[in-house]
Design a protein. Structure first.
Ligand SMILES: [Cu+2]
Ligand SMILES: [Zn+2]
Length: 177
């Protein structure tokens, strides 16, 4: 009985220790982008959160064709329609090749494909990789910022430097949140 009591006293403390890093990742150390299509139409949202193990991405996209779409963080925080080439190449502070399945990969900005359903809506939540939002050599929001881009075609997660993911159809400039 005495042993049970001391366990019950210890439990809340160990729980608090587990939860603390998650909370600090959710308050302040994040970035958000409103996605726009080539006509400037609101088309979803991207949120990037920093936690102890790196960056996490959560993207909701609307108004796109059903199926898989390449999704990346690009190196420049500029989305000039309609081509969105202003967003630059994939965010790649580590100097790697493209693709999560590429032995020479991966870009820090490479996310898994985003799959849209029959209504043209999709959501992708994934661990992105090592990195930070604002500080250090792997900072996402560096001097020229960063953007989230959704592509017309699936990313083969292998072919350098773009994964053959085709046209850039949605783009959103990341800002600190
Ligand atoms: Cu891209
Ligand atoms: Zn890439």
């Amino acid at each position: 009985m005495r042993r049970l009591t001391s366990l019950a006293l210890l439990l809340p403390m160990s729980l608090a220790a587990c939860v603390a890093p998650m909370q600090s990742g959710m308050t302040g150390s994040g970035a958000i982008a409103d996605l726009l299509d080539a006509n400037g139409r609101p088309s979803g949202r991207a949120i990037i959160t920093q936690s102890a193990d790196g960056l996490w991405i959560d993207v909701t996209a609307t108004g796109i064709t059903p199926g898989d779409h390449g999704l990346h963080v690009h190196a420049v925080g500029q989305c000039t329609a309609p081509e969105f080439t202003s967003a630059g190449p994939h965010w790649n502070p580590g100097g790697h090749q493209h693709g999560r399945k590429n032995p020479q990969g991966t870009h820090a900005g490479d996310a898994p494909n985003l799959r849209a359903d029959a209504t043209g809506k999709g959501r992708l939540k994934s661990w992105l990789g090592a990195g930070t939002i604002a500080n250090g050599p792997m900072a996402l929001l560096d001097a020229d910022g960063a953007a989230v881009v959704v592509h017309a075609d699936p990313d083969d997660e292998m072919t350098d430097p773009t994964g053959k993911s085709g046209k850039r159809i949605l783009c959103g400039v990341l800002r600190a949140r």
